[in-house]
Design a protein. Sequence first.
Lengths: 287, 283
Amino acid sequence: MNKSTNTDTQIWTTIITSRTPLWQIPIDELWAYRDLIILQVQRDFHSVYKQTVLGPLWYFIQPLMSTVVFQVIFGKIVGVPTDKIPPFLFFMSGTIIWYYFSACLSGTSSTLTSNAGLFTKVYFPRLAIPVSKVISNFWQFLIQLIIFAGFYLFFLWKGAPIEFSYRIIIIPGLILQTALLGLGCGCLVSALTTRFRDLQMAVAPFLQLWMYGSCILFPLSMVPPEYQQILILNPIVPIVESFRFAVMGQGQIEIWQWLVSLAVTVLIFFVGLIMFNRVEKNMADTI
Amino acid sequence: MLALSIENVSKVYRLGEIDRKQLFGDVRRWVKSRFNSGYTLGDPELEAEQEPQALDLFHALKNISFEVREGETVGIVGANGAGKSTLLKLISRITLPSSGVIRIKGRLGSLLEVGTGFNGNMTGRENIFMKGAIHGMKRREVRAKFDDIVSFSGVEQFIDTPVKRYSSGMSVRLAFSVAAFLEPEILIVDEVLSVGDQQFKDRCAARIKQLVNEGRTLLFVSHMGDQVRSVCQRSIYLKSGSLIYDGETAAVLDKYEAMQNEATANSPEATTQAGQATSKGNQ
């Protein structure tokens, strides 16, 4: 063994120890691997319409179909009030936000288990995979948002009781919050799934339940006041209600309710990332 | 200057399966550490669950220390289950050491079982870019080396065909070709020279020699003495997770081969048993 341990002049680029700080989010590493994220996003985008007949048209069909179904069942048959918002816009706004959130969550939740083969062979910042999922789902959401904007302008032109105002400037913030929430939840599920595969089975039914408690199909104002306080803890509720309020100027949402939702989002985001970082480091041994 | 320093590194695996018992164990341990009320004291069943028993632990690496200078080529030899692959996994950051410190200078590229990591639905071209990106290459870098990679692999004709239609030899060759042009400062090679036909093996060996001549640091794992002898100046001999010899390749290989012969003479199952132990520990 050579004795050249003049570590004063020695420069190291990587130091690996048994423990790393849990809260450390490798932003610089993600930036260094940005080409990987771009390629993953491109691949997701292309793979959606590879070997399909209608191709990218599915981006349009999916939300429209759900919106029409919800409008018929909940709007016409059940008769859910929609805070004076045209039912079509009411259901569509909820649907596209919910789909973005649930696509982020379910897309990232299988990260660690479905890429296990890759993760046990080569090192790269694991977070690149969830981040690329959130970005590729964002493009899908953006297309749906544009369709929504088309219908919105149509209803505005027809003289529906909605108003266009400066409030729409908060929409990018709401979208970012939805993305962070989806990423945080997805990372949390992904981390726990490496040990307990049960969660993989639980994600789909749980998301379904969550949707029913998220004011997608009914307005917050319809909920008895004593339950509203509880429902606010579901961070999606204030996001959806704020979106409707910002775009259409109708509905009932207060700033403190949104602040609660923001706090819950930040909490879930950091807990999710910490858990993900923790599990990812040693997952090659537990998977 | 050093390229790599391994200081008192150990790796311990827990044997057995993860099941329902472990969830209860986790919850109990967490509750105990959270409240630390000591209510489990005196309950032998709970106490037994709190720490994994020594019997359930497998020491894949025991207190390994060595250093590698820049431009040095080091062979790592040892029987199956000696800890070679574990050591490489730690250096390539696939898993963390249980204790000890590993220090690395420069970009590290590892060719660990190169055949994996391709997406069958993507074409050869798309996979080259994706694999390059996974190994930390920029798209610009891959584009610059693209023609070299393709001609090295010899699959020019099929480059725009989905990889799922490739023969297994073709996809392994393409995978190795991407890896061969990563050009990291430290290159880790694990048994990859066993891929492809003789012609491709020769081309791989030539490429590795070329990378060494360019002054890159190389860690080379093989249980075939001839390959190590032809590439490495220095070698390290691992046995049952411990570093036994570190020195000139010729001397280390003599000792390795002598001990191998001795082991096979004394008990034919000795090596296979060691191999089973690691595969169990890796699960």
